[in-house]
Design a protein around this ligand. Sequence first.
Ligand SMILES: [Zn+2]
Length: 416
Amino acid sequence: PAAFDASPIPEDAPVLPFPPGENYFQLREFSFTLRDDIYVRFQSFGSPQELERELQKINPYKIDIGAVYSHRPSQHNTVHLGAFQPMEKELVFDIDMTDYDDVRTCCSSAEICSKCWTLMTIAVRVIDRALVEDLGMKHRLWVYSGRRGVHCWVCDDAVRKWSPALRAAAVEYLTLVKGGAETVKKVNLSEPIHPFIRRSVNVVEKYFEEYALVGQDILGSPERWDKVLALIPEDILSHREPLQSDFPKKRDSVQRWELLKGKMDAPCYADWEIMLQYCFPRLDINVSKGVGHLLKSPFSVHPKTGRISVPLDLQRLDQFDPFAVPTISSLCHELDAAGDDGEQEDGGETEPKRRVRDYKRTSLAPYVRVFEQFLEEMERARRGEQLRRSGKRREEKQPAWGPGGAPWLWGAALFL
Ligand SMILES: [Zn+2]
């Protein structure tokens, strides 16, 4: 690909160049939040180096990434009205702990702790499974937001071109908890139970006892178990009173849950409904639906916590600790230390070379590796697809093109 030099496309070109090259980068919106909440949208850059220079110059508090547009975002005012349109964006999900305040007993609003962080672990497991197994998606990057939530960037070629309607449909498929603060019962299941629900319950079940019964102790006091019992549907209301009188005789939430589950005979799914209301991921549809919606950049610093927004390694998701993530100040200390060592070891080395190696000496290195692996996987898939396409084209068009036709050569050149 290094040898592949896409010629610049005209400013008014209706289609985007593919494979994503330099032009794709130039059409991408960046937005910055500056001091005093000054918000600058529609920034775009000719090259990553130009972006880097601008970041160093203006020092933004927050960096967001937007869509790839029909024209360079920085020139959107020079294009006639209506012509400037978002063309592509990753499908994104934003899961925020504040949306779980009605079912958390340990923290509220922006606070998180290791107990309620399990909700984010469950969210990633449930959504990621569905993205891969149910919706056929391949390239998902999960990122810790730096404060109280997680983001997902789905980067598959086809998905990046999805309309808002398709994005909304995907979120709707992935939504089970419905209704606002006034709605008591937010999950309602009926037969036939969709496989997505069954598989999601399988995921939740792995965490439910330790998270909800032991950690959150959701049946630990009359006040708490009344909240749970209020979710048992009207038609089996007769179960509520016996449970209320038997619950005090049981030792803890685990025993009380056993009792409750024992009372729920098929075809009643009240226990599943309770599990899902307490644990199932809560997505913000507006973030995912809008192609022009912006989302905080991976690896940027969270302005409130100073923590780096780091990619999550799904192989080791259960061990992820949001409080152990490097912060801007911890990284500065590490880099200072690495810098001192570096000067002693190899005195006269040039500045850029040392910079590349320095990050590898910080606690950010494993997170960068996760990101690199994600990119390598995408690059491998892209090359494979190009090869497949050029091979297919050669087969189909062989009589017209003749052996050794141009598309095949083009594909081979890219691959080599
Ligand atoms: Zn908590």
